[in-house]
Design a protein around this ligand. Sequence first.
Ligand SMILES: *Cc1c(COP(=O)(O)O)cnc(C)c1O
Length: 344
Amino acid sequence: MNIENLLRDNIKTIKAYSSARDEYKDATANMVFIDANENPFQTSVNRYPDPKQSKVKERITKIKNVSKSQILLGNGSDEVLDLVFRAFCEPNQDNVITLPPTYGMYSVLADLNAIEIKSVQLDKSFEPKVSEILSTQNEDSKLLFICSPNNPTANSFNADKVEELIKGFNGIVVIDEAYIDFSNHESWLSRLNDFPNLIVTQTLSKAYGLAGIRLGICFASEYIISVLNKIKPPYNVNQLTQDKALERLNSIDDVNQEINMVLKERHQLSSELSNISFVETIFPSDANFVLAKVDDANKRYTQLIEKGIVVRNRTTQPLCENCLRFTVGTEEENKTLIKILNQL
Ligand SMILES: *Cc1c(COP(=O)(O)O)cnc(C)c1O
């Protein structure tokens, strides 16, 4: 598979912006830095941040066991996914495939980039319909989005099906692993070097508890990462974000402890929900939220709001009629939720 052929023509030949820190790289050297028109007075952030985010990537390399040259960081997964669109999808010509019900940003980004969306609904057990997906692709299909564990259905997809899709799709397969740290399934990162057309995205927004700093991670072949590096804004991850991310990545034991607490609470929440009279189905979860089918989602949603609890109403999503999505909160928050559901 020749990945270069999948790139947009303008991207094949594009030249990256050369920043001051690209031209003289060692920002820690004992030199007088008067090359970037920065303000010389200290504010702790008067210097431009490291455009390659070396320190953050070094930590990610250790935790995820992927080499630095196969990592790109962005301003949230949103920016990472947008860069992937801009690298591979020719506006008003190419198309991407999504598997609803799934994360809403794929279609928002497709619309933004003037890219047609072909959608193939999951089957009734929320698994991808492999042969239908592969027969839907055409020569202009550039990206296939696989969200696993999937939002909002909370399940991870069968690994054999995902592998068939990676092998059978003629474009780039993007596996969104925003919830992988809550999952029993193995990350596709361990297979990154088996498939040149595989991109895996993760984020510090969920398990790492850093949604506010906006740090998304893209893992792919060295070639794909080199292309994305050429087209990303040079200083796309700001200094405050890099500092905070580094601090958190250095406290990985705390992160793992919190993940374990969420998993324990997820189990508790699922079993408590099964005792609520108007809850009809609780879907198995491999993420930090639980999808449940109730008697009347609109009614229950409004009742919960009146009691001070905001859940996500997913009833308009395909296959999710009368479904509510509950994010796993603290032990106390979950107790409050169950108490109020019982009162209803
Ligand atoms: C929450 C979520 C993300 C996170 O996006 P960020 O921009 O990194 O905060 C990505 N993908 C899915 C499926 C999500 O649910």
